[in-house]
Design a binder for this molecule. Structure first.
Ligand SMILES: O=c1ccn([C@H]2C[C@H](O)[C@@H](COP(=O)(O)O)O2)c(=O)[nH]1
Ligand SMILES: [Zn+2]
Length: 159
């Protein structure tokens, strides 16, 4: 038997990271993958503009006049994963490449997701993340950080 197969955590985080690579955000690409108790993927998403809002017409800027930045327009990865999901998310886990912001935390809680597995916590000291953790703690949604994963795509094609 092979000893180097991926754990479930590595597998689903790998899918979240692969999804992040679809994002057109030049600064921060986020991917999310929702998994049920049977280890079935039930939702997937990345950060991007809503349907019909073209990347040619909407800005990816971070600074300046609010309406000329990405912030009022971008749909977060977690929100897309929840909106794209196939059914009841009660008891599901969320794999996400960046710790969810306070807005996403509300949707996560209300959807019934009860565990978050994240990689980066680069905005840990911001009010958004502090508010997010406060709500998640109050609601009993647990979260844990995964260290870096080395997923190299290497298939042995045997004749
Ligand atoms: O919970 C979150 C928080 C942020 N995002 C997305 C939204 C933006 O596209 C980027 C953050 O951009 P910065 O330039 O790093 O501020 O990440 C998300 O999908 N989920
Ligand atoms: Zn968010």
């Amino acid at each position: 038997m092979r000893e180097t197969y991926l754990s479930w955590d590595e597998y689903f985080m790998g899918i979240a990271l692969l999804s992040a690579m679809r994002s057109k955000d030049p600064q921060t690409q986020v991917g999310a993958c929702i998994v049920n108790k049977k280890n079935r993927i039930v939702g997937i998403g990345y950060n991007g503009f809503p349907r019909g809002c073209s990347d040619q017409e909407f800005p990816w800027e971070r600074e300046g006049d609010f309406l000329k930045t990405k912030y009022p327009y971008v749909v977060h990865a977690e929100q897309n994963a929840i909106l794209n999901s196939t059914g009841n998310l009660s008891g599901c886990r969320l794999y996400v490449s960046l710790f969810p912001c306070h807005e996403c935390a509300k949707y996560i809680i209300q959807s019934g997701i009860d565990e978050i597995i994240f990689m980066s916590d680069k905005y840990a000291n911001t009010d958004s993340t502090l508010a997010s953790k406060r709500m998640l703690d109050a609601a009993g949604v647990t979260y844990r950080q995964m260290g870096t994963i080395a997923v190299s795509i290497q298939l042995e094609l045997k004749e």
